[in-house]
Design a protein around this ligand. Structure first.
Ligand code: FRU
Length: 494
């Protein structure tokens, strides 16, 4: 215990420039001794992180930025951390792209997006000011920063570009998403109006001068929350999808079990009249840790999204190691019969280091497979009529880390971390079950039946957990199991 406390103090007093040029509390990226440090997920080299920002492709590289406090393992003093990649799975750290400090963003460079215009990568973000005496901008205002090389960003001299919320809107006014349609630029952002969440739309010809168009979608009588954060809006097939993260949804049985949700609506949109007619709100993920998804279109026209693999106000046991928070693996998004499907991006195959296990096994009870740290586990089976439960368990020898299973009796999928807070969602009829599972040192992402349902949760094994596959019921199942060991992309200080 003493030793742990001592290490903890050391982490917090060592403030220095790390090998990525960032002044941070410590350089952890390649420390093999930290048990929760992830192998192939994006996380800060040290300090706190939350939402993904500025997901884009510029001069041959993918860029992801993230909300980042380099000096503490708690939220606050938000910078934009920055990583880039050639293939969406091997990431390199770059210096922080945005640092708060201007009068209009002195308490944080909040979330936003990036676009490419000519030779520039341009970031749009919310400047946050806790106590505001200025009459020139409100406490949340919108800004831009430009870069010719994708590394160094300069804040625009005439920031804020949108200083105030619309007249009927409250001061919660943040998280701009910018895109181009025909000859116009559009900017959509979250806003609160009379306790209702909504997203409001602006239009521009030159990215600097913005005209307010109006409300694109809103919560009816607060039924969809009091504030909508981190909107994203795009065309998929012939429909339009609005992803957003409402605050204030009441838990409804198994639905909306986290403090805040991320979900989507699908509909038809007409630019001429800013008219969006859309259906019901659907949650995107059923685990404990999934928020603020942001998407981009890849050069080969895939819609790919990435989310914060965390949740406000949850515990982050990794903060004892000097870091907190991570992003999900990027996911390809598809629309099938009005439902958003999430598949792990195909590039995750590039992370496969070795095939650890490949067998057709018969499961009737508990089958121990092997110990794993960072792995992709593919499990396929044809279900039989007399099965009650089927799933897997990860156990770290000190106890249950997580149990994930299908319960045929009440037709639910369940993720149980052994705490008082399991997660579940229902299904209708199922003949086959295909589970693609991404396990990392402190995270679990489960994709069911090619991404129809996903569960994303942080988990905290004390040592490499043992994987077992189990069934309960009066029939044996033939289960095809393949396990790949996945690479540690942070091995070198790259
Ligand atoms: C969402 C959010 C955003 C805000 C950012 C601050 O998680 O609250 O609305 O811009 O985080 O870090």
């Amino acid at each position: 215990m003493r030793l742990i406390q001592f290490q903890f103090i050391l982490i917090f007093i060592s403030l220095k420039k790390n090998c990525f040029g960032n002044e941070e509390i410590v350089t952890l990226a390649n420390d093999e001794n930290l048990k929760y440090r992830l192998h192939y997920h994006i996380m800060a080299s040290s300090g706190w992180m939350n939402d993904p920002n500025g997901f884009s492709f510029f001069n041959g590289d993918y860029h992801i930025f993230y909300q980042h406090n380099p000096y503490e393992v708690t939220p606050g003093n938000v910078h934009w951390g920055h990583v880039k990649s050639k293939d969406l799975v091997h990431w390199k750290y770059l210096p922080n792209a945005l640092t708060p400090g201007e009068p209009y963003d002195r308490n944080g460079c909040f979330s936003g997006t990036a676009i490419v215009d000519g030779n520039n990568l341009i970031l749009f973000y919310t400047g946050n000011v806790d106590e505001n005496n200025s009459t020139n901008y409100s406490s949340q205002n919108q800004n831009m920063a430009l870069s010719g090389d994708g590394v160094k960003f300069e804040k625009f001299s005439r920031n804020p570009i949108i200083p105030f919320p619309p007249e009927d809107g409250g001061s919660a006014f943040r998280d701009p998403k910018v895109w181009k349609h025909e000859d116009n630029w559009y900017l959509l952002m979250g806003n609160q109006a009379k306790e209702n969440g909504r997203v409001v739309l602006y239009e521009s010809k030159d990215l600097k001068n913005w005209n307010y168009i109006g409300v694109l979608a809103s919560s009816w009588n607060g039924s969809l929350g009091y504030m909508w954060e981190c909107p994203d809006f795009f065309k998929l097939n012939e429909s339009y999808v609005l992803i957003f993260s409402p605050q204030g949804l009441e838990r409804d049985g198994d639905k909306y079990a986290n403090l805040y949700q991320t979900g989507y609506v699908v509909g038809g949109y007409c630019y001429e009249y800013n008219h969006f007619s859309y259906g019901h709100f659907t949650e995107m993920d059923f685990g404990h840790d999934f928020y603020a998804m942001q998407t981009m279109e890849t050069p080969d026209k895939r819609r790919v999204g990435v989310a914060w693999m965390g949740m406000w106000e949850s515990n982050f046991p990794e903060s004892e190691e000097g870091w907190a928070g991570a992003l999900t693996i990027p996911r390809e998004l598809y629309l099938e019969e009005g439902k958003l499907i999430q598949k792990p991006i195909r590039e995750t195959k590039l992370l496969r280091k070795s095939l650890l296990f490949s067998k057709l096994i018969t499961v009737n009870g508990m089958e121990e497979i092997c110990e794993l740290k960072a792995a992709e586990i593919d499990i396929d089976t044809k279900l039989c009529a007399d099965i009650d439960e089927f799933g897997f368990v990860l156990d770290d020898q000190e106890g249950l880390v997580v149990k994930f299973y299908l319960n045929e009796t009440d037709k639910t999928f369940n993720l149980d971390r052994g705490d008082e807070d399991p997660r579940k969602t229902g299904f209708e009829e199922l003949l086959y079950l295909k589970m693609q599972i991404f396990l990392d040192a402190s995270s679990l992402e489960v994709f069911l039946n090619d991404g129809e349902i996903t569960f994303t949760s942080r988990i905290y094994p004390n040592q490499s957990p043992l994987l077992s596959i189990f069934s309960r019921g009066s029939c044996a199942l033939d289960v095809d199991v393949k396990i790949f060991e996945l690479e540690n992309i942070w091995e070198k200080c790259n």
